[in-house]
Design a protein around this ligand. Structure first.
Ligand code: CA
Length: 513
């Protein structure tokens, strides 16, 4: 990839030169009627590893259809997306398009790094207009604290979807069978199953080496939800509550610390990270987890020599007897793109954004290229073998083809088509059970609320996380230290953070009425 600074310096002259030459080039029809081939620069670096690649076929295909080709400016050598974002902002000249978290774009927009899109949308972007009309929560997320729109967010599901499944519990059916156990239906039964996995050598090597529950995301809400707890802000009866200072959380910590002490939870749960599934399933050590249906189901085919039967189960009923799943899919994926102050052709850019919300753009973003990534068979979307047999599953493969989180809509067809039967069964069982609780919306903070957030959030999160780990790993006792912990968080401003979120949430409710 080219040097970032060099590209930004080239942008303006590059666009002019291409514009002047367009008469000789191939004419390309676009939605807006513009047909000159142009090149625009874009910053895209998110999740710490997803960096725009000029070779992505999906974006090259979009360039064929719109005339707009994109040059990435972020470099892969930086692995911290937040750092890549702030380095980019410090450059004298910004890339034409800036892609990142909606919440961050809502901060830099009013500061002048992005231009307001309200009038551009009104005049040039019928698909975006319709998107915002059909999904008021999308418009609310795109509206910054100053009331203007600076970015176009995108969704993980069709507009109108609420509470769709994304993740669920997986358990080793082969281990249950071997030990003569039933699928656990309550949190107590789940504990007993994990205990049996730990003590009764289901992998049959004569050692107590099983790791009954592992999780590449750490513990967080995945396990705490079985105790009706939340490790962060959530909505209760229309009010924002920070779950980390509630009795439910305290009880969850006490119980999970016990599970940890008894070896039921991965001793490296806080550090093993993204490779947890590879490490613990390929070695026949892992018994249960909570993760994405599609990618997790794919491990069954990945290690045939292990003979995994890693299947989904509904969440065990929580401590109150309620079967629910808190980790659902927000409609929005939380990322967006906007037009920088240094963009020489905002009209062309908003039309490019608008194209990604056309039927054609949505299909390309969701499914990739027909004949390359998928074929239609009897009216059904079927991914090619190359996609289906890719290491780590179809979603990861398609991401590397350019099906990434941009300001567009994702269809459900592509998600289901990318799953094997185990993944599909899991997705459908959670969906049919109607157990997904409504996730927190993406809130847009005003400048005043942002100041509160910036002042307190990092310290509060860091301290709460450190304390969580001390308790779970047994370095401190939750009952003995709870009051001091709550007092410390209050001193650090946790109530101010909740109040700031509440006022942003009130405004969100108002704007989606
Ligand atoms: Ca064993």
């Amino acid at each position: 990839m080219l040097n970032a600074k060099k590209i930004t310096a080239m942008t303006l002259s590059g666009i002019l030169a291409l514009g002047a030459l367009s008469g000789c080039g191939e004419k390309k029809q676009t939605a807006g009627g513009d047909n000159e081939a142009v090149e625009m620069t874009m910053h895209m670096h998110f999740f710490g590893y997803c960096v725009f690649d000029d070779e992505w076929p999906v974006f090259q295909e979009a360039a064929k259809r719109t005339g707009v080709s994109i040059k990435g400016t972020a470099v892969e050598t930086v692995s911290d997306s937040a750092q890549a974002f702030s380095t980019m902002l410090a450059d004298k000249k910004l890339p034409d398009i800036i892609h990142y978290q909606t919440s961050e774009l809502n901060e830099i927009g009013p500061d002048g790094a992005l231009i307001p899109l309200d009038d551009l949308i009104e005049e040039h972007a019928p698909n975006i207009k319709k998107f915002f009309e059909d999904a008021p929560e999308v418009k609310a997320a795109a509206t910054a604290g100053d009331g203007h729109i600076y970015s176009i967010p995108g969704t993980l599901a069709p507009v109108g979807s609420k509470g769709l499944p994304s993740q669920g519990f997986f358990i080793r059916q082969d281990w249950l069978d071997k030990l003569g156990l039933e699928t656990p239906k309550t949190v107590d039964e789940f504990y007993n199953v994990l205990k049996a996995f730990r003590e009764q050598d289901p992998n049959g090597n004569g050692k107590q080496d099983e790791i009954p529950y592992f999780d590449r995301e750490g513990l967080a809400n995945n396990l705490y939800q079985l105790f009706d707890a939340h490790a962060g802000q959530f909505i209760k009866d229309g009010k924002i509550v920070d779950g980390r200072i509630t009795e439910e959380y305290k009880n969850a910590i006490r119980e999970v610390a016990k599970w940890y002490k008894e070896g039921l939870v991965d001793p490296e749960i806080f550090t093993r990270g993204q490779q947890s599934r590879e490490q613990l399933l390929s070695t026949n050590l892992g018994g249960s987890t909570h993760d994405w249906f599609s990618s997790t189901a794919s491990y069954n085919d990945k290690y045939p020599e292990v003979g995994l039967e890693f299947i989904t189960m509904l969440p065990p009923a929580d401590v109150n007897g309620v079967v629910k799943e808190d980790i659902g899919r927000s409609l929005l994926h939380g990322l967006a793109w906007g037009i920088s102050k240094d963009n020489a052709d905002p009209v062309r850019t908003i039309k490019y954004f608008d194209w990604w919300l056309s039927e054609e753009g949505i299909a390309l973003k969701s499914n990739g290229i027909e004949g390359v990534h998928y074929n239609m068979v009897d009216g059904q979307l079927v991914f090619t073998d190359e996609v289906m047999n890719a290491d780590g599953g179809a979603p990861g493969y398609m991401r590397n083809q350019g099906c990434v989180e941009i300001g567009s809509i994702t269809t459900l067809d592509c998600e289901l088509a990318g799953m094997n039967q185990i993944g599909k069964d899991g997705f459908n069982s959670y969906n049919e059970a109607g157990i997904i609780t409504e996730p927190m919306p993406i809130l847009s903070y005003s400048q005043e609320e942002l100041d509160v957030k910036n002042q307190f959030e990092t310290n509060v999160n860091t301290y709460a996380k450190e304390q969580e780990q001390k308790w779970i790993m047994g370095a401190e006792d939750v009952d003995a230290t709870w009051d001091a912990y709550v007092a410390q968080l209050k001193t650090m401003g946790i109530d101010d953070l909740t109040a700031a979120a509440q006022s942003a949430y009130d405004r969100y409710l108002e704007s989606t009425k």
